[in-house]
Design a protein around this ligand. Structure first.
Ligand SMILES: *Cc1c(COP(=O)(O)O)cnc(C)c1O
Length: 387
């Protein structure tokens, strides 16, 4: 399907709402029926009908159609956050005694779900690096139900070979789920590589303006329906119509924003790599990236999130550099209009800081929509005032 068609027309029945170009926010929890028979039919199939907005809502439905199409998937579900789009399908597909294999450097709350949450309910988890497909073969057990990927992750950017792992999982009847937030559907379409379920934090690139929280899950109609009719309706992670509308607005400019961020990141990583105060750059499309070939094979482009280390990585230097920035904001999250940094030391206690551990030294930067020269000037003055 044509990208421009998906973003501008798909799912929008403008003639039903005064030919308004921007769709209405149907801010209603409830929908009424003319006859008992109509109400009964809607109650019997909430997946296909607007009955109650914990299930379906017409504004959310426009977004749902677009996001499914962007992933090349049969269907999609919208959630109130990205983490709900990751955890709810796993709760739907796992039971006591099952086993899952997941990557070890996943998003912090996914990691907590694997380490603390699932074990409480009798699900065993094996965490692996995942850069080598053979690691998955070794980790799979008789009871393995799910393989969880995040390629790349959002600090050190290790990739998994999506096609090979999807193939391996299919041969063993294991369901694959990937967190595709880093790439968004524009730069990576795991469904087309054989992955079963694709989760994404829509809070990041889809929203794109740091003003809405949401998650999206895509997959086959059968899997999405099973998740919808059970855990989705039972746990209640639905998105609000207002949030769905903000995401629809964000989607209109997704290609512009993503490409702008990609292009500016090329300029900034190149500038940094030539600066004497910088020791290393980690970004999947940089020439020094260990998995560059795989990155170029399975990703159509690269996001605006990368990490770097200072030549002098003592704790105070990292902290001063970040404090010295005048325009680039110090914050979690990413994917909005504004550039951000966060040093890994934010989640490491000073006594645990290990100068020999590269992950501890990382400063993550997200490149927003500002002019490249404006960002470089800010980084430059922050580096200069270190000496
Ligand atoms: C932000 C993020 C999430 C969680 O999404 P929320 O919308 O914050 O719940 C999951 N995975 C990755 C890679 C993220 O960056």
């Amino acid at each position: 399907m044509d990208l421009s068609y998906i973003l501008n027309e798909l799912g929008e029945d403008r003639h039903r709402y005064f030919n308004a170009v921007s769709p209405p926010i149907i801010q209603s929890s409830n929908f009424a029926f003319n006859t008992v028979s109509d109400l009964r039919n809607a109650m019997a199939d909430e997946f296909e009908n607007n009955l109650y907005s914990r299930g379906n809502n017409p504004t959310v439905d426009i977004l749902r159609k677009k996001l499914a199409a962007l992933d090349g998937a049969e269907d999609a579900l919208l959630f109130s956050s990205g983490i709900a789009a990751i955890t709810v399908p796993m709760l739907a597909l796992l039971k006591k005694g099952d086993h899952i294999v997941a990557v070890e450097n996943s998003y912090s709350w996914s990691d907590k779900f694997f380490k603390d949450f699932l074990p409480r309910f009798g699900v065993e988890v094996t965490l692996i690096n995942g850069s080598e497909t053979a690691d998955f073969e070794t980790a799979i057990q008789q009871q393995t139900r799910i393989i969880f990927l995040e390629s790349p992750n959002t600090l050190s950017y290790e990739l998994q070979d999506i096609k090979k792992i999807a193939h391996l999982a299919q041969s063993k009847n294991i369901i694959t789920i990937i967190d595709n937030s880093y790439c968004s559907p524009l730069f990576q379409q795991p469904i087309l590589a054989g992955i079963d379920l694709v989760a994404q934090s829509a809070t990041k690139y889809i929203g794109g303006h740091s003003d809405v929280m949401a998650g999206v899950l895509t997959g086959s109609k059968a899997l999405i329906k099973k998740i919808f009719e059970n855990e989705f309706m039972n746990l209640g992670p639905a998105i609000s119509p207002q949030s769905a509308w903000l995401l629809l607005r964000g989607l209109r400019t997704l290609p512009l924003r993503l490409n702008r961020s990609f292009e500016t990141t090329k300029v900034i990583t190149k500038w940094l790599s030539e600066h004497s105060g910088i020791a290393s750059i980690t970004w999947p499309f940089s020439s020094s990236f260990p998995q560059l070939t795989l990155a170029q094979e399975q990703m159509k482009g690269c996001g605006g999130l990368f990490s770097f280390t200072l030549k002098d990585s003592n704790l105070n230097k990292i902290e001063s550099f970040c404090n010295n920035l005048k325009h680039i904001l110090l914050a979690v999250s990413w994917g909005g209009h504004e550039s951000l940094v966060i040093p890994a030391i934010c989640s490491i206690k000073a006594k645990d800081y290990d100068l020999n551990n590269n992950r501890h030294q990382l400063i993550r930067m997200y490149v927003g929509l500002e002019e490249p020269a404006y960002l470089i000037q800010d980084i430059n003055q922050a580096l200069s005032s270190l000496i």
